[in-house]
Design a protein around this ligand. Structure first.
Ligand code: SG5
Ligand code: ZN
Length: 260
């Protein structure tokens, strides 16, 4: 039942509030980042300690393509920036548009990017499991990275080459030794604010850290994302996975801070 949400006419973001009233809450994500955001000199650099290549698998959860990590210890964590504790990497996934369309969730001064990468981390100092953390105020930290169209990205093919194995909802395959460091832009300057998951259950548990610099990927590479399916292999209906993004939500007085 909780899985009848999606991105279509009958189950899309405008209707999520009927099953998830927090959709109209006070700290929902994504948001539009305004042109002028004040620099907070108390914000240190964000550190992504991803030296151990702890990826396990790649999967299609019916909403996105997800790379899952071993989060049983502190081998892949982020710390610093707005965070009081280290947060463990759980998974990363993408949001994207249709051909020639917008695809990012966050926007910058009203402008969308073609896609947005989310690296999802949880606070294992304060909470005993991802599920507990995901529903708690300081539980999650998501690093967002914008993708703009341009040249081929040198490392994204590692992911797009595996996509034929996770074309349908519910499929999963081994994906070991992938280090998401190769997907980071050269600068780690960021904006940060307090928000929510951008998909149901829309818990208001996320410290968002949005990198200002986008990475470039080619239109051809994005085309491979659009061959994925929202639907399962056995379903009669076939639905291409595209436009799997929630539009910006009201800021409701929240402060956004800039690292530089
Ligand atoms: C939770 O929210 C979910 C993700 C979901 C994001 O982190 O995590 C879990 O339910 C436990 C693993 O769902 C999954 O990872 C399912 C396997 O991500 C998606 O559904 C992909 C779009 C939403 O996260 S976000 O706020 O960073 N967009
Ligand atoms: Zn996401």
């Amino acid at each position: 039942k909780g899985n009848h949400w999606g991105y279509g006419k009958e189950n899309g973001p405008d209707l999520w509030h009927t099953h998830y009233p927090v959709a109209q809450g006070s700290r929902q994500s994504p948001i539009d980042i305004p042109r002028q955001v004040s620099h907070d000199p108390s914000l240190g650099p964000i550190v992504l300690d991803y030296d151990h290549c702890t990826s396990i698998s790649i999967s299609n959860n019916g909403h996105s393509v997800v790379v899952n990590f071993d989060d049983t210890d502190e081998r892949s964590v982020i710390h610093g920036g707005p965070l009081e504790n280290p947060y463990r990497l759980k998974q990363f996934h993408f949001h994207w548009g249709g051909k020639g369309c917008d695809g990012s969730e966050h926007t910058v001064a009203g402008n969308s990017y073609a896609s947005e990468l989310h690296l999802v981390h949880w606070n294992a100092v304060k909470y005993t499991s991802f599920d507990h953390a995901a529903a708690a105020p300081e539980g999650l930290a998501v690093v967002g990275i914008f993708l703009e169209t341009g040249d081929d990205h040198r490392w994204l093919h590692t992911i797009t080459d595996a996509m034929y194995m996770v074309k349908y909802k519910g499929s999963i395959t081994d994906f070991k030794g992938f280090n998401p460091k190769c997907l980071l832009p050269s600068s780690l300057h960021y904006w940060t604010y307090l928000g929510s998951l951008t998909t149901p259950p829309l818990h208001e548990s996320v410290t968002w850290i949005l990198l200002k610099d986008p990475i470039a990927v080619s239109e051809k590479q994005l085309g491979k994302f659009r061959l994925l399916q929202f639907t399962g292999e056995e379903e009669d209906q076939r639905l291409r996975m595209e436009n799997n993004f929630r539009p910006p939500q009201p800021l409701k007085g929240r402060r956004i801070r800039s690292s530089n």
